[in-house]
Design a protein. Structure first.
Ligand code: TRP
Length: 452
């Protein structure tokens, strides 16, 4: 008999799950990563491929992850072990859970460093240094922060401590309340930024950049990165959404929840793009700025709008909170496994996992300054982790999830868990998860082999 609850706790309602999963999905991926990768790969065509990936790959795989999590009700490793056993499949499927935990570990190590930037920027906003700032000034502030290893270390440490604090108490308590206020507030501020972008006179140029596809600008690497961005932004492919699904009550609809979560996540990314690119063009900046893009562009806008000090402080605080609700979902699978298999207390498990991530994060932040001349495949350590996790590890994880959910799990099991009836919706999901998503992911990954 399958478990109906998890030993790690349960969401109090379906709404709580949607809030928590959206809290995981909406984060730096939308506001920091989406604009900068879209800018690296030429805009419109990248965005189009990204949207296609969200629909044809992301949503079906999100449903699969929630479904597997809820059927297994344990950390991704033990969920995969249990389900493989129950379905008479090879025990090696649990390796997928291991890979997910490793991927979450690697992502959080650099994610925390970038989240540190948002905190540093909140403080700078409040102190008024952005008022009346120009391009050179904004570049200088960013350069000074990134070049200062000690400062980065301090913020990285604070962010990891915040993640450890929440996860140690259990994700189901407290998270719900914070996300309920956070998401609407972040949304409102983004709308305000789009309104400001509208007033710059370059709105049309920015919107054209984002939505008019120019396929000449899109390389194989661009397609790979658009797919990777979809996985990263939706928190898919490493078991974060799987473990959140394991805390979901059995009677809640998985299909509808997935559509809401993916819809919100995509909306936030598009709003961020619509805010950032017009401001960028209005100030004569280039879209190919790399990971510093939003941190260089936004202060110029905030510094020149009425109420900018208040709005920019609020904006970076909210972004940091959004990163926080994402960071905890990266830590949770690891912690749940330590509790299940090493019989650690939750607090001890979280501190241990958090400290390991923190150590690796130090290598990430040093790669921005002291070690900036050390490159692997032409990238610094932080950039390399960012590229490898989003574009390779998450898609491989997603591919395995799709194969397991579509081919290894019996039809009866998925039909029962998704509870969508036997009609069109279920059949559409099944075609997507068995054929479309795995073929698309495999095709894009295969084409990317030439990049190495
Ligand atoms: N989706 C989050 C963001 O956009 C980051 C994140 C949280 C994530 N959990 C994840 C990415 C799991 C990949 C896998 O900021």
């Amino acid at each position: 008999m399958a478990a109906t609850t998890s030993i790690h706790g349960m969401w109090t309602s379906r709404m709580a799950f949607i809030l928590a999963a959206s809290g995981s999905a909406v984060g730096l991926g939308n506001v920091w990563r989406f604009p900068y990768t879209a800018g690296e790969y030429g805009g419109g065509a990248f965005v189009l491929v990204y949207l296609l990936c969200v629909g044809a790959i992301g949503i079906p795989i999100m449903m699969a992850e929630i479904m597997l999590g809820r059927r297994g009700r344990q950390s991704p490793i033990n969920t995969m072990r249990t389900l493989a056993q129950r379905e008479g499949r090879h025990p090696a499927w649990q390796l997928m859970g291991w890979m997910g935990i490793l991927t979450g570990f690697l992502i959080l190590s650099f994610y925390s460093v970038i989240a540190g930037w948002t905190m540093a920027y909140a403080v700078r906003s409040a102190s008024g240094v952005f008022v009346g700032i120009d391009r050179a000034g904004s570049d200088a502030i960013f350069g000074a922060l990134v070049g200062d290893a000690e400062r980065l270390l301090a913020w990285h440490t604070i962010f990891m401590a915040l993640c450890v604090f929440v996860v140690a108490r259990g994700v189901a308590s407290g998270l719900e309340k914070s996300v309920r206020f956070l998401m609407p507030a972040l949304f409102l501020l983004l709308v305000l930024m789009v309104a400001y972008a509208f007033s710059t006179g370059s709105f049309a140029e920015g919107a054209r950049y984002l939505f008019a596809p120019d396929f000449d600008a899109l390389s194989a690497e661009g397609v790979l990165s658009a797919m990777g961005q979809a996985f990263f932004s939706l928190s898919l492919g490493m078991g974060a959404i799987m473990i959140y699904g394991s805390y979901l009550r059995s009677d809640a609809s998985i299909g509808a929840s997935s559509l809401i979560i993916a819809g919100m996540d995509t909306l936030v990314a598009i709003l961020a793009g619509l805010a950032i690119f017009p401001i960028l063009f209005a100030n004569g900046m280039q879209p190919e700025q790399g990971p510093g893009l939003v941190f260089k562009v936004l202060p110029i806008a905030f510094g020149n709008m009425p109420g900018g000090v208040l709005f920019s402080t609020l904006f970076f605080v909210l972004l940091m909170l959004a990163a926080w609700t994402s960071g905890i979902s990266l830590l949770e699978p690891m912690v749940a496994w330590l509790v299940e298999n090493r019989s650690f207390s939750r607090v001890r498990a979280t501190v241990l996992a958090g400290m390991s991530v923190w150590l690796l994060g130090i290598a990430c932040l040093l790669s921005l300054n002291q070690w900036s001349d050390v490159t692997i495949f032409g990238k610094g350590f932080l950039d390399l982790l960012d590229f490898l996790t989003a574009n390779i590890l998450l898609p491989v994880g997603g591919l395995l999830i799709a194969i397991f959910a579509g081919w290894m799990l019996s039809r009866a099991a998925s039909a029962d868990e998704l509870a969508m009836g036997k009609g069109f919706a279920y059949r559409a999901w099944r075609v997507l998860i068995r054929y479309v998503s795995p073929a698309a992911v495999a095709f894009v990954l295969f084409h990317a082999i030439g990049l190495f």
